[in-house]
Design a protein around this ligand. Structure first.
Ligand code: FAD
Length: 438
């Protein structure tokens, strides 16, 4: 027999909204807790930055979003939208029809999604969850601070954690560096770096975009990334005022930075584009779930901690993925497990699966902090979830478009958002979307 449960969803970003919809349509009673005054999570841009630009001070003023002003998506809109509510261009003066639109358009998409499925009425805004823990078997106590500062609580059958993974900076430790340091979480535009010599650490999505913006504004940009060569730079490695180096060897009190290629630079500022840490300060599991070197675990398929399943689950942990589609499949799974439509393996079987997964990562030489990085494994993961939930398999065009975008970005970092070669895949995507848009 199917059950309807009382479920607390923490966070009303993309993952929380998508979870609320999947849980509601399964028949569960959902309350979404959101500390902000609006939905959208990371897509709610703020021009403000935190009081500690490196993000180390636990008492700093906090800003949730990590967006920079000029940010356009790094994934095409055809891939970003959930399967049955595609992210297609919409009419309207303030809409951005581009294939890789600005961050404002993604927020509008999430607002359209929430309106279409009546999600906002489930959300308690300006309500921060300060504690979530199992009170007794099958009962979860959720304590939350209301807008007036009072702390109240409620009891739920299950808690779904959807608090996002791109808010708590992860930095490169550089002991002894006397100069300015900023994490990309607190980068909004290139102006503060005008005329400066910038050392930028990390060259993934944010590092790539930010370095492009700094060209022509900063005096020099020195990018430290693991994939750079360790030999001294030759003429050809110097593009305009940008140089690539391997990692930093040491720093000196006079503000010079020594790279592993022997290059010495007198720098003004170090900009960390080094990613983020998982952080669940409100969660009490008596050590059952830990964050160890950015591995949240043990989690069965990145979602359920075997000892606390199905009462506790996480949506949206995987990275180097297409987040909304994954969130939809994960939430459909959680909703189905909570209603008894889908059976979970036994606790022992789930733990054995997690153990085998960790051993596989170790055998491949992957460090713990890459546990949730899916990349090329994403289609297989989505197909596993889809099969478990009884959903259609992950579409081939999605798989190919993800790879095509990645390759295009690597070769054409400056222009991949406006110049691409996968029109046939776009055609296939829109054929698929016509099921939902006509
Ligand atoms: P979030 O959007 O971060 O939402 C979490 C929500 O939880 C927030 O609203 C927060 O206020 C709330 N919250 C947190 N703690 C509490 C608490 N204790 N109590 C109550 N509420 C709480 N994805 C793409 O698909 N395409 C892109 O191009 C892309 N570009 C990106 C660029 C940058 C710079 C960054 C940082 C991310 C990008 N992403 C992109 C990934 C993006 O994070 C996901 O698209 C997605 O929006 C994540 O949704 P989420 O709900 O998991 O997290």
């Amino acid at each position: 027999m199917q059950h309807s449960r009382r479920v607390a969803v923490i966070g009303a970003g993309g993952a929380g909204l998508i979870s609320a919809r999947e849980l509601s349509r399964e028949g569960h009673q959902v309350v979404v807790f959101e500390r902000n005054n609006q939905i959208g999570g990371v897509w709610v841009y703020s021009p403000e930055i935190e009081s500690d630009p490196l993000g180390l001070d636990p008492n700093r003023t906090r800003i949730h979003s990590s967006l920079y002003k000029s940010l356009r998506t790094n994934i095409p809109r055809e891939l970003m939208g959930v399967r049955d509510f595609p992210f297609v261009p919409r009419e309207g003066e303030d809409r951005d029809p581009r294939r890789f639109p600005s961050h404002k358009e993604v927020l509008k998409y999430l607002e359209d999604f929430a309106n279409e499925f009546g999600i906002c009425k489930l959300v308690r805004f300006r309500t921060e969850v300060v504690f979530a823990g199992m009170e007794k078997l099958g009962e979860w106590r959720v304590e939350f601070r209301c807008e007036n500062g009072d702390v109240d609580y409620d009891i739920f059958d299950a808690v779904v954690v959807c608090v996002g993974n791109f808010s708590q900076p992860r930095i490169a430790e550089i002991p002894g560096w006397p100069g300015e340091q900023v994490h990309s979480h607190n980068y909004r535009d290139p102006e503060p770096f005008r005329g400066k010599v910038v050392v930028l650490i990390g060259y993934a999505s944010s590092g790539g975009d930010i370095s492009q913006e700094l060209i022509g504004v900063a005096k020099e940009i020195h990018i430290a990334c693991r994939s750079a060569k360790t030999e001294p730079l030759d003429e050809e490695s110097i593009i305009s005022n940008v140089s690539f180096h391997p990692m930093i060897e040491s720093v000196r009190k006079d503000g010079t930075v020594v790279f592993q290629d022997g290059c010495i630079v007198s720098a003004d500022v170090i900009l960390h584009c080094t990613g983020y840490k998982y952080n669940f300060p409100f969660l009490e599991t008596n050590g059952t779930v830990t964050v160890d070197d950015n591995r949240v675990g043990p989690l069965f398929k990145h979602v359920f901690p075997p000892a606390l399943a199905p009462g506790l689950s996480f949506v949206g942990l995987p990275f180097k993925v297409v987040p909304f589609v994954i969130s939809q499949l994960q939430s459909n799974w959680i909703a189905g497990v909570l209603s008894n439509r889908i059976a979970l393996p036994s606790k022992e079987e789930m733990l054995a699966d997690v153990k085998a997964f960790y051993e596989e990562l170790e055998a491949l030489g992957k460090p713990k902090h890459r546990t949730h990085k899916l990349g090329g494994y994403m289609p297989a993961y989505c197909n596993w979830l889809a099969a478990t939930c009884g959903c259609p398999p992950y579409e081939e065009w999605r798989k190919e478009m993800f790879v095509a975008t990645d390759v295009n970005r690597m070769v054409n970092l400056e222009s991949y958002r406006d110049d691409w070669h996968d029109d046939e895949l776009i055609h296939q995507a829109y054929e698929e979307f016509s099921k939902y848009t006509t």
